[in-house]
Ligand binder design. Structure first.
Ligand SMILES: Cc1ncc(COP(=O)(O)O)c(C=O)c1O
Length: 411
């Protein structure tokens, strides 16, 4: 019998895509659907990006390009790094990829042999688990529940690194929680990291320009420069420039690791397309106004989402300070019923919410936290309002299962 490689038995389609697909199908069938499920920024890049593409088309050579990335794109990324407070990197520290997802995959491929240990906090972005599973790594999850604001503590990190895992993977600002670590919190975690020199560090910082409330963006290497020798910083144009489908990702890392990614690129993708490279340069070097406006808009929406969530009795939601997600703990609904449907867990909750109210959210279990769900709040404003109202209404209509049984008996 013909067989796939055994690693494919561990590969599964992204849970987020499954929900987004279901919402799309319902919409196509004529249902009024509010989609809070997929993490897309929902705006388009500035005109200067399209202009750069048109210009690039005029000069297209059709040739293969650099495996590392074209020099003007590397320089534009290095300038962006300096602007966000990450100085001292050279072209030889950088490599591009087809989005941050591919960069993360390549980093894990470059660092993890089968059974090597990777540790990361829960809730996590779904692909971390999927990638580590495909590669056959030993995965250790560090639970960071809502009671600790979904944030990793220095003591937890210290304990986790005692076993000398090969890789520690960290995401800030966070998808799915929207949490942003403060300057002091990053400094305290960096103190722990220097005590554990046998572990590589990957920081996925792709939302670094989507931070609210003046918290700012920080990275471990700013506090402990010696960590640069084993830290890979991942970035992407997807969320900050409204370019998720354009697929531009970056890594800044020690040369050994950046060069490993260049080698993998030479085998996987060869190069970023020339047209996309031109768009990337324009996005990074052109006006940053759209990004700033959107960040301000997302901060206002965060307030609106949080106001609604916190007005629902029993729902908890640590205050997100970046990206465009909220991750409420909705476990107060478990054990209740809606229109006769019993809600036992987050998956039941999301299915009933989509079915009865046409609101699509991603169950928290997709991110390793089954008491919660993720709301991505970038949809058009009118839809956001309608979606939040329906979300609250859904809670108003929940009934205790016992009450329902009694009233059903009386009918
Ligand atoms: C935390 C995080 N990292 C990486 C990615 C992947 O980004 P890209 O579109 O650049 O592949 C996402 C996308 O949702 C994300 O939320």
């Amino acid at each position: 019998m013909l067989k796939l490689a055994s690693r494919m038995g561990r590969a599964k389609p992204s849970a987020i895509m499954v929900i987004a697909e279901k919402a799309k199908q319902l919409k196509a069938a004529g249902r009024d659907i509010v989609n809070f499920s997929i993490g897309v920024p929902n705006f388009l890049p500035g005109e200067h990006v399209y202009e750069a593409v048109r210009e690039a088309l005029k000069h297209d050579t059709g040739a293969y390009g650099s495996n590392r990335g074209r020099e003007d794109l590397l320089d534009a990324f290095l300038a962006h790094m300096r602007e966000i407070g990450l100085d001292g990197y050279k072209r030889s520290n950088v490599a591009v990829g087809i989005g941050a997802k591919q960069v993360l995959y390549n980093l894990c491929e470059a660092l993890l042999d089968e059974s090597d240990e990777i540790v990361f906090p829960t809730p996590y972005w779904t692909s971390y688990l999927d990638i580590a599973e495909i590669l056959g790594a030993k995965i250790t999850l560090l639970p960071c529940p809502s009671e600790q604001n979904y944030k990793l503590t220095p003591a937890q990190l210290d304990r986790a690194l005692a076993s000398k895992p090969k890789v520690f993977l960290f995401n800030n600002p966070s998808n799915p929680t929207g949490m942003v670590y403060t300057r002091e919190e990053i400094a305290a975690l960096a103190e722990v990291l220097v005590k554990h020199p046998d572990t590589w560090i990957i920081t996925d910082d792709i939302y670094n320009r989507m931070v609210f409330d003046g918290v700012g963006y920080h990275n471990f290497v700013q506090f402990k420069p010696e960590l640069r020798e084993r830290t890979a910083i991942v970035d992407s144009l997807s969320k900050t420039y409204g370019m998720p489908g354009w697929r531009v990702g970056f890594v800044a890392a020690p040369e050994l690791l950046a060069n490993a990614l260049v080698t993998l690129n030479s085998n996987h993708i060869t190069n970023l397309p020339e047209i996309i490279t031109a768009a990337g340069v324009a996005a990074l070097t052109g006006s940053q106004e759209i990004t700033k406006e959107k960040c301000a808009e997302f901060a206002r929406r965060r307030d609106q989402v949080l106001d609604t969530l916190l007005s629902i009795p029993g729902v908890q939601c640590p205050r997100p300070q970046g990206a465009f997600y909220a991750f409420p703990d909705i476990s107060v609904a478990f054990g209740k019923s809606h229109n006769g449907v019993i809600i036992d867990n987050d998956v039941d909750f999301c299915a009933a919410l989509l079915e009865s109210k046409g609101v699509a959210c991603v169950p928290g279990s997709a991110f390793g936290e089954p008491r919660a769900l993720r709301i991505s709040y970038t949809c058009p404003r009118a839809q956001l309002e309608a979606g939040l109202q329906r979300f609250k209404q859904f809670f108003d209509e929940l009934v205790e299962v016992e009450v329902e049984r009694v009233s059903a008996a009386g009918r």
